[in-house]
Design a protein around this ligand. Structure first.
Ligand code: SF4
Ligand code: SF4
Length: 265
């Protein structure tokens, strides 16, 4: 394990062992608004892991393709022990390490499409493995955050509704079916080519679309016309299809059907 992985594992352990676990009905006192002295301070020097759905929302918000988004606004940390590629938000090269999307006096310029962690903060969610108990929630008390001194009382459920995390959570569950797969628990390891495939399918929608429509891909699988039409235009449908493809290609699940004529004789 390298030092960042050690730190991550230590944090995970601390959360599981020491943090008070909350469910969706539990309440907390918090309010974030432009009047707090810390307004937008939480948009500097942050580690934000982006999910595939976060990337779709952001690149479409910005009106750029996924290649450009990945190049301009993300980094891809990688080490030898990593099971699959991850993508993090790139921060500006200033002293404070400011998020590219925050503007002084204006706040978050991509607010309606901000990533999942920005919506959930200051509530964290710990997701054990798929087969274990339901995820739980916990409070994140950062020193800079003044919102805890406010009097507004909210339930975790109310906070999540207010922050509109529903679509993100639904897509997050599908992503977990890929990332928390037994394949890894059983010691499976992706080859460099499989890592590349994973990266394209999950994070580079526009490249994946070209792969589906401009190679012999569609000749090899039985896919109904309606689904083909939907993945042509809709990034979210394409991502769901991509998850099926990854489960088929990496974990040998029967999520796609090979055409008779494309089967090896
Ligand atoms: S995306 Fe928006 S909310 Fe999230 S860190 Fe950047 S500016 Fe802040
Ligand atoms: S630090 Fe806390 S209260 Fe301040 S802007 Fe960020 S979330 Fe809101």
């Amino acid at each position: 394990m390298d030092s960042s992985e050690n730190a991550y594992a230590a944090l995970q352990k601390e959360i599981f062992d020491q943090y008070e676990r909350m469910n969706e009905d539990d309440t907390f006192k918090f309010r974030c608004h432009p009047g707090v002295t810390c307004f937008n301070k939480c948009c500097t020097d942050v580690n934000i892991f982006l999910t595939p759905y976060d990337i779709i929302r952001l690149k479409n918000r910005l009106g750029i393709d996924s290649d450009e988004f990945l190049t301009r606004y993300t980094i891809m940390p990688m080490d030898n022990n990593q099971h699959y590629p991850v993508v993090m938000m790139r921060l500006q090269d200033d002293e404070a390490k400011t998020c590219y999307f925050v503007e002084p006096g204006k706040g978050c310029t991509v607010y309606e499409d901000r990533p999942w962690p920005c919506r959930m903060f200051p509530i964290g969610k710990a997701s054990p493995k798929m087969e274990e108990a339901k995820p739980f929630y916990f409070e994140m008390h950062e020193d800079i955050c003044e919102g805890w001194k406010e009097e507004q009382v909210l339930s975790v459920r109310g906070w999540m509704e207010d922050q509109e995390v529903n679509d993100y959570d639904e897509m997050g569950e599908l992503f977990k079916e890929v990332t928390l797969h037994d394949f890894y628990g059983d010691g499976g390891k992706l080859t460099p080519q499989q890592m590349e495939m994973f990266h394209m399918v999950c994070y580079n929608m526009d490249k994946f679309r070209l792969f589906v429509f401009e190679t012999s891909f569609l000749n090899r699988f039985e896919i109904d016309e309606e689904r083909i039409e939907s993945i042509k235009k809709d990034d979210v449908e394409l991502l769901k299809f991509g998850y099926d493809w990854l489960k088929f290609a990496l974990y040998h699940e029967p999520t796609l059907k090979i055409r008779e004529e494309a089967k090896p004789k």
